[in-house]
Design a protein around this ligand. Structure first.
Ligand SMILES: *[C@@H]1O[C@H](CO)[C@@H](O)[C@H](O)[C@H]1NC(C)=O
Ligand SMILES: *[C@@H]1O[C@H](CO)[C@@H](O)[C@H](O)[C@H]1NC(C)=O
Length: 386
């Protein structure tokens, strides 16, 4: 837990323009001419040169890209084209995978940015797009995981309900979530994310917030807009779904607990639910909880012009948040039989023809097994894609 010590940095960020020069700028070294470049203090510029940002971050993003792209691409394909009976849960998972895919495809830009010593050479518009897809993906994922969790509870608690198979509700919720996410990312397009730094001679994307007037940091768009954006998103799109998910899982476990230990299908269900809960818990503890807390703290400190000694920790939590794109496929794997079968077949490099042949033989085997079971009067087969 020496993260803080290791990454302990100053986040003093400042934009010197030729017109403003006040004595308040002690602590910030250097002088600037007309080129509007930003001067950082030594610790901040050290972070931008450190292996944490130029080696560790790109390595992690490469892993997310290499694993996340095929896994989520396959998930979208399976849920859209290979799932014959579409249930609300496959709709939510298809959208979760799509949200991850939309983020992952931009990662090569981010990787080259960090490898180049945090030098953004693709211009301000692409930086805005990258950041809006990053945060859009984060909050989209939280909302779809919440929908999926409520759906899982509903299916188990009300097995006879018609609602559980009502795709219209799921499609409506999905459209509402996408519309909300697209709308909510607009603040991210309204201020500049790139900053031209003088030393090192780089242009950063999102890593440095520009403060025009050190005496009144809150007057800067680049502080005020993200401050309100992240406060709003952390409470409405992180905290409230969090509570919904926790309540859904507590009630789900309660319902499953009532099934009794002798009920084998409920035992199998319970195992699956516990695995799902563990994956969602890990996703929140690693990706969403630290980043949302640090985002709010970071901008609250910036707003008051207070030094943030945990700057390295803050940017690390943002980097860890991208791991949700490779954790989500585990959710599909444990919830959807279709996705699990496709992953297994792909990993075993089996052709679709072999799979079809096996399917035929295994379904006839299942049929005869089922008959036997019916005779002996026990056992139920269940499909988990509900
Ligand atoms: C930084 O890079 C720019 C663009 O290539 C160049 O014009 C400028 O002279 C460089 N500044 C320093 C201090 O090296
Ligand atoms: C960053 O990119 C700019 C533009 O391509 C270039 O001029 C500058 O030298 C680069 N800085 C470093 C440290 O490589």
């Amino acid at each position: 837990m020496d993260l803080k010590l290791l990454f302990s940095l100053l986040l003093a960020l400042c934009w010197f323009s030729a017109t403003t020069s006040s004595p308040e700028r002690r602590g910030f070294i250097g002088q600037i001419g007309q080129d509007k470049s930003v001067v950082l203090d030594k610790t901040a510029s050290d972070t931008l040169k450190s292996p944490l940002t130029t080696v560790f971050f790109p390595l992690l993003y490469i892993v997310v890209f290499v694993v996340g792209l095929p896994a989520n691409g396959m998930a979208v394909w399976v849920f859209l084209f290979r799932t014959k009976k579409k249930y609300p849960s496959s709709i939510y998972m298809a959208n979760l995978a799509l949200a991850d895919l939309l983020f992952v495809i931009w990662l090569p830009l981010k990787i080259s940015y960090h490898v180049n010593g945090n030098n953004w050479t693709y211009g301000e518009p692409l930086c805005k797009v990258l950041m809006s897809f990053f945060y859009g993906n984060m909050y989209c994922s939280i909302l779809f995981i919440a929908c999926l969790s409520v759906q899982r509870y509903w299916v188990v608690a009300h097995p006879m309900s018609v609602q559980r198979k009502n795709n219209k509700i799921a499609v409506g919720v999905t459209v509402a979530i996408w519309a909300f996410i697209w709308l909510s990312t607009t603040p991210l397009y309204l201020y500049d994310h790139t900053a031209k730094i003088r030393d090192p001679n780089i242009t950063t994307c999102h890593d440095v917030s520009i403060i025009q007037d050190l005496t009144d940091p809150f007057s800067s768009q680049s502080i005020r807009l993200p401050f309100f954006y992240f406060i709003f998103m952390a409470t409405v799109v992180f905290f409230i779904p969090c509570i919904v998910i926790v309540v859904a899982y507590i009630r789900l476990l309660k319902v499953l607990g009532e099934g009794g230990p002798e009920d084998s299908s409920s035992g199998k269900n319970r195992h699956k639910v516990v695995v799902l809960i563990v994956i969602v818990l890990v996703t929140f503890l690693v990706c969403f909880l630290p980043s949302n807390i640090m985002l709010v703290m970071h901008y609250a400190l910036l707003k008051d012009g207070v030094e943030n000694n945990g700057y390295g920790f803050y940017i690390s939590t943002l980097c860890l948040a991208s791991l949700n794109s490779i954790l989500d496929p585990f959710i599909y794997y444990f919830v959807s039989d279709d996705f699990r079968n496709h992953v297994k077949n792909t990993l075993l490099c089996r052709s679709s023809r072999t799979v079809e042949r096996e399917k035929v033989s295994s379904s006839s085997m299942k049929y005869s097994q089922k008959k036997k079971l019916l005779v002996s009067g026990s056992g139920t087969t269940e499909s988990s894609t509900v």
